[in-house]
Write a protein that binds this ligand. Structure first.
Ligand SMILES: *Cc1c(COP(=O)(O)O)cnc(C)c1O
Length: 392
């Protein structure tokens, strides 16, 4: 393979040919809809906090958009994961499988349950949990005892797995569901990055027992901050609503709570913003797909790198556009990050692997050859919806 020694400057040129000279952020929100109208309605009504019509509407709109039977709005995506894991039965001393290559929230939510994250490898094609190596790993290192999957090395129950749809690209969910079934694991999808992404027409986050979304400021749509729990189990949805709203029993005036609940509810102000953003999501998704096509064309002739495309059979929301350096060029990642950021194009590497972080350094881990390689080769480039369509 020929080395492209001009790779950093070639990448700067290719990006600028699509989005212009910048300066450009990695991902910016866009407020071109009913944001002002709905926020004003909140202020005029005085319902800015934990009660108000936009919370109910946001939940209904999310259920409609995703096809989930139930959607529960919460204060952020991390809280959504925490509650989903708890409702899936994750207890102190359990282990939970998750990709080493994910945002910190996935691992932290496991730790909040006093459980231990157990890291597994990723697939190059989807950037998410690799089903092939996972099945082999579980077959070798676990056994089923009393209906539970037990880690033979630690003796602990592996209770659940949390695949994550990286940058919006769906994981191989059907193979992972089969593994969850065969090894008696609950499957919770971290769909924080994949609102609008589908597999075979079905929305990510609706395949497992529960799925979680995030509406942080950098996500495809934002509520300022916020998250949601999706589920097709209506009873579980009711449980999620109950424990995220202090576990208060409905009553006209009494304050009676029947368990230790959480104050994880989404304020009405945030829900109002979320409703306005959700109305614009179809347009954002079209723009992002269009931007991907333009970047893909611009990079077609740049040797040593390619754009990550949605896996076959799935539709990605293309939240963050992703460059993948060829293995031979992995050593140039930092030079590419420097050249792009120096020229006003905000780019970022992927997360450090979770098992490298001090608080998770002693957590169990499968071999991670692909994740370790991807960590050195992934670069996200400017991805805001609306970019590219008006570029020279
Ligand atoms: C954004 C994100 C979350 C949740 O983030 P919050 O900021 O708590 O809403 C969880 N997992 C992944 C992979 C994310 O990207």
């Amino acid at each position: 393979m020929d080395m492209n020694s001009n790779l950093p400057q070639d990448i700067v040129r290719a990006i600028k040919s699509v989005v212009g000279d910048g300066p450009l952020a990695l991902h910016e929100p866009r407020f071109n809809g009913n944001e002002w109208v709905y926020l004003k309605e909140c202020l005029d009504s005085t319902f800015v906090s934990s009660v108000g019509k936009f919370v109910d509407r946001f939940e209904d709109d999310l259920a409609n958009f995703t096809g989930a039977k139930s959607a529960v709005a919460v204060v952020n995506g991390t809280a959504a994961l925490h509650v989903a894991l708890r409702l899936a039965g994750v207890e102190a001393g359990d282990e939970v499988l998750l990709p080493a290559l994910t945002f910190i929230a996935t691992a932290n939510a496991v730790a909040y349950c006093q459980a231990t994250p157990h890291f597994v490898d990723s697939a190059e094609r989807s950037l998410g949990m690799d089903s092939v190596s996972l099945r082999e790993y579980l077959s070798t290192f676990t056994e089923i005892c009393n209906g539970h999957c037990v880690n033979r090395k630690t003796g602990r129950i592996i209770r659940a797995m949390v695949p994550m749809h990286t940058f919006g690209h769906p994981v191989d969910i059907s193979a992972l569901l089969a593994i969850a079934h065969d090894f008696h694991l609950q499957l919770i999808e971290d769909a924080a990055e994949s609102l609008g992404s589908t597999v075979g027409g079905q929305h990510t986050g609706t395949f497992g027992l529960m799925g979680t979304l995030s509406f942080n400021g950098n996500k495809t749509i934002t509520a300022g901050g916020g998250g949601a729990i999706l589920t097709n189990d209506v009873e579980l949805g009711k449980r999620a609503k109950h424990i995220t709203t202090t576990a208060k029993l409905p009553h006209r005036w009494n304050f009676v709570h029947d368990e230790v609940g959480f104050n994880y509810r989404l304020p009405n102000l945030n829900a109002a913003l979320g409703c306005a953003q959700l109305e614009q999501l179809p347009g954002f998704l079209r723009d992002k797909r269009c931007l991907f096509g333009q970047y893909q064309a611009a990079f077609a002739n740049v040797a040593g790198v390619h754009l990550v495309a949605e896996p076959t059979g799935s539709s990605s929301n293309y939240w963050l556009q992703t460059l993948l350096l060829d293995a031979a060029h992995a050593g140039q990642r930092d030079a590419v990050l420097a050249a792009t950021n120096d020229s006003g194009l905000m780019t970022r590497p992927i997360w450090a692997l979770m098992n490298r972080l001090p608080m998770y350094a002693n957590s169990p881990s499968a071999p991670l050859p692909v994740a370790e390689s991807l960590e050195q080769r992934v670069i996200n480039i400017p991805s805001s919806s609306g970019l590219g369509t008006v570029a020279p």
